[in-house]
Design a protein around this ligand. Structure first.
Ligand code: A2P
Length: 258
């Protein structure tokens, strides 16, 4: 492996949520700098060759360790092997984190929406633990939609722990709203986020006004279809897509799968 492209890190912990989802934490080299919400290449040596895929960093940029939230694809070249990692194992960590789901790519606003499906929640697990998110916005609404209730476990656990956190909990208190929905099982809120935006149910459930480009900013992370459909609704509401080079009212990133 070219040491200019990746470093070898140690797995510190692994937690399996379902037969399709797990999280793991690895050592973070001191030289590794990133902005909360960015992604990086992660991988393993397979038959002596590096096999890497893009993963959103799920931990915030102040954390001494790095956390990732992954799907397990039974015949996925990387995730079929990665899902078997144990503490002490080696993983490869790319040296160039990048991405558009960063606070810098949004113009100032009052309310920040983070719309996610499946493992698309990962970059928001980073941003929801970053104090800068609460410094920049009065209200932070994170939506997470999955097919089944057990697939929400990572984000539910994250939101519960965050409020108990002595530093971030205080900043997030009264600002952070976590809205979960399921599409194929019973749950207090059901349905696709796109349908809930379109019908206005999301806003009435939360007791907030409809989307407004003057106050609202958004980030979207999920499947290509989910991004396309959600972005179209934001555009209809008058929000424009931004980037690192040209900050605007919303940004998108595909949820990466191995
Ligand atoms: P659904 O069950 O109605 O397909 P997936 O695992 O396929 O990536 O889906 C994760 C979640 O995203 C599911 O709840 C799924 O709903 C939802 N979803 C899939 N496609 C879209 C879309 N185009 N717009 C909004 N939500 C979507």
């Amino acid at each position: 492996m070219n040491p200019k492209l990746a470093s070898v890190e140690k797995v510190l912990s692994v937690h399996h949520y379902t037969d399709r989802l797990f999280k793991f934490r690895i050592t973070r080299p001191q030289s590794f700098r990133f902005r909360s919400g960015e992604f990086v290449m992660i991988g393993l040596l397979q038959d002596g060759k590096p096999l890497l895929r893009a993963y959103s960093v799920a931990s915030p940029n102040w954390d001494e360790e790095l956390e990732f939230f992954s799907i397990k694809v039974p015949d996925g070249p990387l995730t079929s092997v990665l899902q078997k990692i144990q503490p002490g194992d080696d993983v490869l960590l790319g040296k160039k984190p990048t991405g558009t789901l960063v606070l810098d790519a949004l113009t100032p606003g009052k309310r920040l929406y983070m719309f996610s499906t499946g493992t698309g929640f990962a970059p928001f697990a980073s941003l929801m633990r970053d104090p800068e998110t609460y410094e920049k916005f009065d209200e932070v609404i994170i939506t997470h939609t999955c097919r089944q209730v057990n697939e929400l476990a990572y984000s539910v656990e994250m939101a519960e722990n965050l409020i108990k956190d002595p530093l971030i909990g205080e900043m997030a208190e009264g600002k952070l709203r976590h809205y979960t929905t399921c599409t194929r099982e019973e749950h207090p809120h059901t349905g696709r986020i796109t349908d809930l935006i379109e019908s206005g149910k999301l806003f009435s459930d939360l007791g907030v006004p409809p989307l407004d480009p003057a106050t609202d900013r958004a980030m979207i992370c999920g499947s290509m279809e989910m991004i396309k459909d959600t972005a179209a609704l934001l555009e209809k509401a008058g929000l424009t897509e931004g980037s690192n080079a040209q900050p605007a009212e919303f940004v998108i990133e595909k949820a990466f799968a191995g």
